[in-house]
Structures are given as C-alpha cells and as structure tokens.
Unconditional design. Structure first.
Length: 116
C-alpha cells in the first residue's frame, strides 16, 4: 500500500509499480477483503496465453506500437521480443533489433544444441 498522491508520482509500467516503497500485502486467502483508502494503489496481475508464434518473429513496428499503447513495457519489448527502441521516439531501431534478435537466437541454440 503506497500513497501516490503524497509521492506526487504517476505510474505507467509494472516496473515502476514494483519500485514503489510501501507495504506489500500477501494475504493467504484466495479472495481477501482488503480495505483501501484514498490514494492507495491496488495492483493485480494475471497471466495470459502464450500467444501465437515465436516472439522474435513479430514485426518490430507492431511491438513499438504496443509499447506506445502501454500493452507491453520497453523492458518486455527488449527481453521477450528482442526489439530495441529509440529512447526519444519509441520507434524500433532495425539494425540494433536485428543484432539483438540474432544474439538471442544464438543463446537459444547454445541452450538446446540445435537451431530454433
């Protein structure tokens, strides 16, 4: 529980939310009743399906669009989709993205001993 108004902060990503200092409540019940006050933040995450296809094959421009729409974070764009974004414009950087994706594919090959 953290008072965002007191901290004068606007949170836009889960990474920023994780950095907040405050009390983290982990109730033992499946459906707890937790009273909230004005200014409290309730954060809930839910997993989703695995998607379709290899994330490294996704069009980098679509990943950049997802970041702009706050559907994924810049960290996820890089770590999962292998997309490097321009820090000013948010656009995908083609050469850097291609290099990162090749590095990620090489790491996969090293882990499995075969081409993905």
């Amino acid at each position: 529980v953290c008072d965002l108004f007191q901290k004068s902060r606007s949170i836009t990503t889960f990474a920023e939310l994780d950095q907040l200092k405050g009390e983290h409540l982990f109730p033992t019940s499946s459906y707890p009743s937790i009273p909230l006050k004005d200014g409290d933040v309730f954060s809930s995450r839910q997993g989703a399906g695995g998607g379709f296809g290899d994330p490294l094959e996704r069009d980098p421009a679509l990943v950049a669009r997802d970041v702009k729409r706050l559907a994924v974070s810049p960290e996820v764009a890089r770590a999962v989709y292998g997309v490097v974004l321009d820090s000013r414009t948010g656009e995908a950087l083609p050469e850097e993205t291609a290099a990162l994706r090749e590095k990620m594919r090489a790491e996969r090959r090293g882990a499995t001993g075969r081409r993905p």
